[in-house]
Write a protein that binds this ligand. Structure first.
Ligand code: TYD
Length: 136
């Protein structure tokens, strides 16, 4: 499974750090939507779905968490522990976010507007949609 983890360039000086992300530059797609999650309940798992078209970059801008990526054949767990790291999540990846540290904030840059019909929320349906195609 190909993983793309970005290490963004912080613009640091004596005042602190700043990371800037531009579409088609640091981010390989047009950014149509940004959302973020915070106040996660202890032990909670978020996500648990795949998308038919949506591409995303996940950035844990405060605290840390782990991301499970599953292409139907293979699973990988990627820690996100720095505010300058981003994980690319392709459209065909089942993904789950978990082990959020207290106070963690996970920001997501998304290539499409919110569209519930783009979600695959059932794992069996996901395997039918992607996993079996990959095995042929
Ligand atoms: P949900 O997809 O359940 O979050 P997770 O990624 O953890 O599975 O989204 C939670 C709620 O927020 C749900 O009611 C849909 C809504 N939502 C939007 O309205 N717009 C968005 O861009 C997103 C990602 C979610």
């Amino acid at each position: 499974m190909q993983l793309t983890k970005y290490v963004f360039q912080p613009h640091g000086d004596e005042r602190g750090q700043l990371v800037a992300l531009e579409e088609y530059k640091e981010v390989p797609f047009k950014i149509k939507r940004v959302y973020y999650m915070y106040d996660m309940s202890p032990g909670i798992v978020r996500g648990r779905h795949a998308h038919k078209n949506l591409q995303q970059i996940l950035i844990c801008i405060h605290g840390s968490c782990k991301i499970l990526l599953d292409n139907g054949n293979e699973k990988k767990v990627v820690p996100l522990e720095k505010p300058y790291e981003g994980l690319y999540v392709a459209n065909n990846m089942w993904h789950e976010m978990f082990e959020f540290s207290e106070g963690a904030v996970l920001m997501v840059l998304a290539s499409e507007l919110y569209d519930e019909s783009d979600y695959i929320r059932n794992y069996e349906e996901f395997l039918n949609f992607y996993g079996k195609q990959d095995k042929e």
